[in-house]
Design a protein around this ligand. Sequence first.
Ligand SMILES: [Zn+2]
Length: 261
Amino acid sequence: MICIACGSDEAVLAKSHIISNFVRKRLTGEKGRGGSKKFTFKWIGRSDLPNQDLPKPYLMCKRCDNTLGATVERNTATLLMPENVDLFHEWQQLPILECQIHGVFDEPLPLGIYDYPLSQQFLIEKFALSTAWRALHALAKDDEKLSKDFLISARGRGINQSVIRHLFDDAILEDGFAASLYYWPPQTVRFITGKDDEMPFAWVELGDQNEFLGVAVMFAYWVIIWPLFECEEHQRSEKLNRLNKMCFLNWVASVKKQLSQ
Ligand SMILES: [Zn+2]
């Protein structure tokens, strides 16, 4: 089995989390002071996946998996959410600004983005990218066509290498291929799951038969969107709007529908 990061051929790869385990640990209360379980997680569209644990596809060798864990994931938890996730006022102290997403509805869709000093912001961006990158590879391994074709194309291989150099060696990422992480509030989560104590977790490739637009990952209070389309500069906002619409309108609706069944 080939490690998606270093390319080494290992007899056994580590079971990688797409979405870092700290998300589940904090939100289920495993790390909370009370220790009580707070939320259940619901996987979308994959009845074979466990409900309470996060799926762990074989993606990276142990060394690469540990490296990402130590350099990116370990320090991101405290940036994304408060120590005590039950306390509303602790959430309010996080530097989350409102931003507007265009192209989804007639009116701009308001979501939250983090606004940290540069070095911490850099960590959040790396976390978003490493999550989306693992989702892309997991989708390809699951034979999802757009992701699979992308990763074997020359362009896809180039972007993949650029992401790996960025994640593991701090090389500058090729322009336009950063992943965005958005915060959406508890009422949005409730709207999607129809429940107070359930969190949706899913990832998806977005596009149509003509074009791969990107990958999106939803987990608890966050959504990551990673644009991967090819475009001239003047087409960029139109394609981004289409990607946003596929994510926040079509995909959210389909998740909501699946959860209500
Ligand atoms: Zn490796």
